[in-house]
Design a protein around this ligand. Sequence first.
Ligand SMILES: [Zn+2]
Length: 463
Amino acid sequence: MCKSSYRLYVSQTKPAMVKPIWHNQSFFLLSTCALIFISLLPLTTQQTPETAETSITRFQQYLRIKTAHPNPDYSTAVSFLNVLAKSIPNLITKTLYLTTPQKPLLLVTFLGSNPNLPSILFNSHLDSVPAEPSKWVHPPFSAIKTDDGKIFARGAQDDKCIAIQYLEALRNIIKRDPEFKPIRTLHICYVPDEEIGGFDGMQKFVESKEFKEMNVGFFLDEGQASINNKYRVFYADRSPWNLVIKAVGKPGHGSKMFDDTAMENLMKSIEVVSRFRENQFDLVKTGVLANSEVVSANPVYLKAGTPSKNGNFVMNMQPSEAEVGYDVRLPPTVDPDLLKKRIAEEWAPKTRNMSYHIVEKGPLRDYMGRPLMTATNDSNPWWNVFKDAVEACGGELEKPEILSSTTDARYMRQLGIPTFGFSPMKNTQILLHDHNEYLEDNVFLEGIKVYESIIKSLSSFEG
Ligand SMILES: [Zn+2]
């Protein structure tokens, strides 16, 4: 069972809580206490397997390696993980340099007995977003564990936890059964640059000879924490677009009223987009669709005006150009061509001297032209194996979701590889990219048990 009493274990492994009694107690009392303490030792040792303590320590060590942007120390992180992986029998490691020596990619492999079957690949990105130390209660790279078991660090949830959990799960499986050999080969990849688009990371990796030789049949990537007792699983990502809408118009004196100014055209456009945004948001507010199932179009900048001195603007002049930028996110259930048509006809119509530019930040369709989604029904045999594995160790899954943001999973789905996003963190506040990111030790340890079950089930799936 996953729900073993780790909390109990953690609280029991604090011998420091036994207060010193040197000053006011007699020697007799001291000796008695010492005897009681010693007599309890074998019991304590029995209840507290050493692996549990070191899993946490190794997690903390990894969290202390500064892999936050803008200067992620990938080399130290890869060296650390390489040593960890090599300390586990039967694991093979390989470091790939697909771009520069500063951006290594670590591949860990556990060879299966049937190399003809497609392999399984687990992913964890090495990098994390920056942290502002002044906004944190504990330094973001200290990995301090508080008395209530919270481990504070940038990357604790996103996604250094899974990086260590994969290895700890393998360590436990092999320790328990040194003869264990998976049927399918299992790989773990540790990739750079996910947080900045994966262009020098996962994108380069899927194009590599090494990746093609791996013949990947199933991919497991990061997910997100759940605030309740069920684990979340993601079958698709939303795809980001950077949309810039530009208006041009006649310039003129600030005092004059006339039609077709750039500002007037742009403001009309902003109103139309705002109405669309409101309609989409209403679907979320009324519970019809989840946040990740609608198109979001959030304004991120406005640029207009004729500059004057000291960063101010000329106040008696109507400018000839104005533009607005939007962060647009599309779920795979939306037809991108229909949205483009809407943008061209309603948001930025040529008839009002408007133009637009879209930068698509990721693929929208797989190599067969299908939406980037992984089926979560009987049509996908991996779904049942995965779900059963989570349930077999006492876990429960929420209804599968689309992830609001984007991960490296899109590169796999584009190749038609079944892919789920999953990070076993339940009853946990969602703190990715937030100040004071933390993960509780018992949640981390329970996640290892979940991966043990998943690894054993997926790697022995012969279908
Ligand atoms: Zn992440």
